[in-house]
Design a protein around this ligand. Sequence first.
Ligand code: 5GP
Ligand code: MN
Length: 335
Amino acid sequence: MSTIQPLFEEIKKLTSPHIIITTHHKPDADALGSSLALYNYFKNAGIASQVISPTDYGDFLDWMAGEPTVINFEEHKQLSSEMIAEADYVFCLDFNALSRINDMGGMVANSKCKKVLIDHHLNPESFYDFEHWSSKASSTCELIYEVIRLWDYSFMDRDIARCLYAGIMTDTGSFRFPSTLPSTHMAVAELLKFNIDHHFIHEHIFDSFTEDRVRFVGHVVSQKLVLIPEYHVAYMTVTQDELALFNITTGDTEGLVNYGLGIKGIKFAALFIDRKQLVKMSFRSKGDFPANEFAAKYFKGGGHFNAAGGQSDLSLDDTVKKFIGALPEWSNLLK
Ligand code: 5GP
Ligand code: MN
C-alpha cells in the first residue's frame, strides 16, 4: 500500500494515461462532488479522466461542473466495462467495498489498473494500491481537498471549490455533525475564497424539491412514523405503491430518515423502503449507538457510526419484524 502523495507526479509523467473515477451507487453530493472535483482538477492539469457512476443520481446535483460528462454504468455497460478493463488508474471515491459499485466491482477487481482509494468509511476492504483514507474525515470532499493540497494547489479553481463545498456541507449535516472539525472549517474557508455561491449550492440541494416530494414526506411522517418509546426508536416504512403514487425518483427519499431522529428522546431512527428486488434501509443514531454495527449485524450493511444503511431480501413486513426483534439485544445502549 502506498500513500497518495507521489501519485500525481507519477501520472503527470505518463502520456495519455487512462483514468477512471468512480463512486458508490446512487451517488450523493459527497460522492459526485468528490468525483467531479477530482475530474476538474485533472482537467486543469491537462490530464483527461472519466467519471463513471454505477447508477443514476438526483438532478439536484446537475449544476456541478463536468456533470454532463458523467457516464451512467447502467446505461452504458459495454463502454464502461471496456474503459475499466483498459484503465491505468481507477480512483474509488467515497466507498471502500467493491459491492458498493454493483457489477462494476468485479470489473475493477479484474482490471490490471492501479486502484486508488480516497474514502472516509470504516473498515476498508483491501483491493487498492494507493490510499488516502481517514474515518475521522468529515467527507470524501474534505479528503480531496487534502489531496489537492498535497499535490499542486495551483490547479484548484472555483468549479472544484463548488463541488467540494457541496460534499462537505451535506456529509456534515450543514456543519453540525461531530465529524465537523477545525480542519473542516479551515478547508471551507479556503473554498469560500474562490467566491463560491454557497447559498445557491444549499438551495439547489435542500430547497429544490418537487411538490410531490414534499407531499410524500408529509404523508410518510404523518401516516407511517412508528415510535417504540421503550427503546427510544422511531421508524418509517415506504411501500412500492407509495413510491409510485408520489412519483418518487432517485434522491427524493434522501433525508427522510432524519425526521424520526429529530424527535426529542429518540436515539435510533430507521427508514425502510421497498425497492422491488430488496428492502433498502437507512439508519441514523444520536450519541453512542453504533448504527453501522447494527446495519452490518442484521442487514448486510455498514456506513458511519451515526449514519448507516443496509438491505434485506425479506418482505417489507418481515424486515420490520427482524428489526424490532433485534432491538432487545441493544437494550443497554438504547434504554
Ligand atoms: P444512506 O442512508 O444515506 O443511504 O446511507 C448512509 C450511510 O450508510 C452512507 O455513508 C452509506 O455509505 C452507508 N450505506 C448505506 N447503505 C449501505 C449498504 O448497503 N452497505 C454499506 N456497507 N454501507 C451502506
Ligand atoms: Mn461521504
